[in-house]
Design a protein around this ligand. Structure first.
Ligand code: KIV
Ligand code: ZN
Length: 398
């Protein structure tokens, strides 16, 4: 039995992910992705923001009807949004209302007008705190599982963040999410923020601390891992890292970083990692957002080796250049890319799998012909090799 502590994976591909520029999904497409997320075994599926559009409402409703997971729906900290979220969620086996409001000074001063929220920053902060508490308490009259997010927590004053966290936990929030909404924080700083909350908030053990990191500086996964090391037990993330602007922390990177470096810590996730690649491909093809070839874990090149030295090492022992197996994330096999950097050994191994046994003098000749082809092309494909082998060279071995 594992003694490791579970980190909950809260997938927001269908909510924040769908807010990526250019990504919009039909209800049916969202249902398909939700089914795949279940196979992946995520703990929470954030299905959408019901008050924002009829399509979002319907998608949350349909996913709630069929999913066995916790299904979360987003709402601003106002009753109208909370009511819509609840209407969409009510048939879910495990519904969660996720309500949020901004807490950083820059958001408070920029987004909330004097008349409704108060004249000074102190007055506005108090109004926001009251709204957060009222929203959580109201949502709690409808649903047992409430998550509260302090939007732009990454840039929120620590004392105020602690005050609001304590208040929403007292009002009934079971999860308090600390988003780095603008992807501004630095891993050690963000880790300290989480540790600081655990020190200041007297009822912190009554709630799960969650984090939701954006990737504006490319630090979303590092910030998430740092937060986990300092006490966060829910990671909000999306498949392929899609989301607002530069996106969210990428689910596959968090999960595999925790898994591959399990020697360094005591945390685990329930993710079925062999479903990562399939999920990535499905999300990419349905959203139309391509996965960059060098993307960690799921990119086309993540298990490809082109240089001769690397290919040679790989053929002797995969661990020389791979820290995880492609099979562990559902990629069918390591891809040896044959191109101008490849060596004889790599060529010989590929020919062998194609059924051509060449060695010695013959290999030299074939290799020279291969180099000529490789100089003209980015990649030498199996069909090129078949042509190159021709009839005058060695015939396929039966
Ligand atoms: O980035 C953010 O702050 C959010 C919240 C709504 C959780 O997406
Ligand atoms: Zn976000």
């Amino acid at each position: 039995m594992s003694t490791k502590e579970q980190v909950l994976i809260f997938d927001t591909t269908l909510r924040d992910g769908e807010q990526s520029p250019g990504a919009s999904l039909s209800v049916q497409e969202k249902i398909e992705i939700a089914r795949q997320l279940e196979k992946l075994n995520v703990d929470i599926i954030e299905a959408g923001f019901p008050a924002s559009s009829p399509l979002q409402f319907e998608a949350v409703q349909r996913i709630s009807e069929e999913s066995g997971r916790t299904v979360a729906a987003l709402s601003r900290a106002i009753e109208r949004d909370i009511d819509e979220a609840w209407k969409a969620l009510r048939s879910a086996r495990r519904p969660r209302i996720h309500t949020f409001i901004s807490t950083s000074d820059i958001h408070i001063l920029g987004k909330f007008g004097h008349e409704r929220y108060g004249r000074t920053l102190a007055e506005k902060r108090q109004t926001i705190l009251d709204m957060a508490v009222r929203a959580v308490a109201y949502a709690r009259t409808l649903c047992d599982d409430i998550e509260f997010s302090a939007e732009d927590a990454g840039r929120t004053d620590p004392a105020y963040l602690a005050e609001i966290t304590e208040a929403v936990i007292s009002a009934g929030a079971a999860t308090v999410n600390i988003p780095d909404t603008t992807g501004y924080t630095w891993p050690s700083e963000f880790g300290k923020k989480i540790a600081g909350l655990r020190e200041r908030v007297t009822n912190i053990d009554d709630a799960v601390i969650s984090v939701h990191c954006h990737n504006d500086l490319g630090l979303a996964v590092a910030n998430t891992i740092s937060a986990i090391e300092h006490g966060a037990r829910q990671a909000e993330c999306s498949m392929n890292g899609i989301g607002e602007r530069a996106g969210n922390a990428s689910l596959e990177e968090i999960v595999m970083a925790l898994k591959v470096r399990s020697d360094l810590h005591d945390y685990t996730t329930g993710i079925t990692t062999r479903e990562l690649y399939n999920t990535s491909r499905m999300v990419s093809s349905l959203t139309g957002i391509i996965v960059q070839p060098n993307k960690a874990i799921v990119g086309d090149n993540a298990f490809s080796h082109e240089s001769g030295i690397h290919q040679d090492g790989m053929l002797k022992n995969r661990q020389t250049y791979e820290v995880m197996t492609p099979e562990s994330v559902g990629v069918p096999q390591t891809h040896i890319v044959l191109g101008r950097h490849s060596g004889k050994h790599g060529l010989q191994a590929r020919l062998d799998t194609l059924g051509y046994r060449v060695a010695g003098e013959e290999l030299e000749t074939v290799y020279q012909r291969f180099v000529d082809v490789a100089d003209k092309k980015k990649e030498v494909y199996d069909d090129d090799l078949r042509v190159l082998m021709g009839d005058e060279l060695s015939k396929p071995v039966e």
